[in-house]
Design a protein around this ligand. Structure first.
Ligand code: IPM
Ligand code: MG
Length: 400
């Protein structure tokens, strides 16, 4: 017979989580409208270096932004702010995934550019605090994780809309060891949370002239939560009659991304958090490695831009941090520029990245001393961004 106390404790735990999520749903129901940066002056950009290779690669992105926005800074329209303290040492000392004072400083900025931060896992020597990424996404309600992957030469132009606040991540640190043998985690999907990400994907498709949105779930197996995501997709799709949509399961989707005959047909993809986490690493690898991919975390009040990948502690331990590819953080910088209203500058950075990373490749990073250093590749990008012929550098280059 199971111990009645054990079951009661588990029920109480679950009850508490349900209460907390119901309150969250209420908050989601009256979401504010997004900030219009046209009316904001100065736009404050916070810079957070992070851990491991973070500060090294974030610095190169900062250089590109500072160069492109120098005029705006001089006019007082844009302000850069360095924010210290989002390091694993400080977070561990304070036992907070984002120390209160750091979060306060982040909230004083409109947008932030954040280097990767170390995510503690059970048994790695650090206190098992929640991931700083996950905390920041929750604290600032950054619900849309937008991850573009483009390979112009192969006609690949994918934009992933990964839901960023729900799914396995919402309660990832709130699972329960019911007994020594039984561990249970919880997965959360809400109507409101699904609507806003799926709507963002369709709106993006419409704005950028794309014809198709692909929804990715495993609704044949995870029937309740993924079933809801798919139901909401049907509802939203009706509001966009000019955009076609289809639904795929995550397993076949991972296969299709490496199907060279079909993959360029996908355009905009919307998916729950965990599938999005995994699929976007695969997509980034196809583009040239996770070091090439940037990630925008967008909410209504705030936005945070970062690399798609982690802090690469192995590279630091092996003494290779100075050979890390800074492209991911530079790409994040391009997304930041686009978000605050400098679409032309963003396009320039994207072109420079594609030219340096995929087409011209005068310097190549390999993550080791066989390739360029982070700083050398950063110099190459800075020089390419400033090249007045950039538009003509790549014949047939298409950017949307
Ligand atoms: C990402 C990362 C994060 C995530 C980690 C570092 C917590 O993998 O941004 O994709 O799982 O979301
Ligand atoms: Mg990931």
């Amino acid at each position: 017979m199971p111990d009645a106390n054990v079951i009661e404790t588990a029920k109480d735990h679950f009850g508490g989580l349900v209460e907390q999520q119901l309150e969250r749903v209420e908050r989601l129901k009256d979401a504010p409208s997004p900030v219009d940066y046209a009316g904001v002056s100065p736009i404050v950009i916070g810079m957070l270096g992070g851990d491991g290779i973070g500060p090294t690669i974030a610095y190169e992105s900062q250089r590109v932004l500072e160069q492109l926005l120098a005029g705006e800074v001089a006019k007082g329209k844009v302000e850069f702010r360095n924010i210290d303290g989002l390091t694993i040492e400080n977070r561990a000392a304070k036992l907070q995934s984002i120390p209160d004072d750091v979060l306060e400083e982040v909230k004083q900025c409109h947008v932030t550019l954040k280097g990767p931060t170390h995510t503690p896992e059970k048994g790695d020597g650090w206190p098992n605090i929640e991931s700083a990424n996950v905390s920041m996404r929750k604290a600032l309600d950054l619900f849309a994780n937008v991850r573009p992957v483009r390979i112009p030469a192969e006609n690949i132009d994918w934009t992933f809309f990964r839901e960023n606040t729900e799914d396995m991540y919402a309660l990832g640190s709130d699972g329960i060891n019911v007994t020594a043998d039984l561990a249970i985690d919880f997965r959360v999907i809400t109507t409101q949370g699904s609507r806003r990400i799926i709507n963002a994907a369709f709106a993006h498709a419409q704005k950028t002239g794309k014809e198709r949105v692909t929804i990715v779930t495993k609704a044949n197996i995870v029937k309740t939560t993924d079933g809801k995501f798919l139901d909401v997709a049907r509802e939203i799709a009706e509001q966009y009659p000019s955009i076609s949509w289809d639904a795929w399961y995550i397993d076949i989707m991972t296969a299709k991304l490496i199907d060279t005959a079909r993959r360029s047909e996908f355009q905009v993809l919307a998916l729950p958090n965990m599938y999005g986490d995994i699929l976007t690493d695969e997509a980034a690898q196809i583009q040239g490695g996770v070091g090439t991919a940037g990630s925008a975390n967008i909410g209504t009040a705030y936005a945070m831009f970062e690399a798609i990948h982690g802090s690469a502690p192995r590279m630091v331990i092996e003494g290779r941090a100075q050979y890390a590819d800074p492209s991911s953080m530079v790409r994040a910088g391009a997304m930041l520029l686009d978000h605050i209203g400098f679409a032309d500058l963003a396009q320039k950075v994207n072109m420079a990245l594609d030219v340096c990373g995929q087409y011209e490749r005068k310097a190549v990073t390999t993550g080791r001393d066989t390739g360029a250093t982070t700083a050398e590749f950063g110099d190459y990008i800075v020089a390419t961004v400033s090249d007045s012929n950039l538009k003509n550098t790549w014949e047939g280059y298409v950017y949307a």
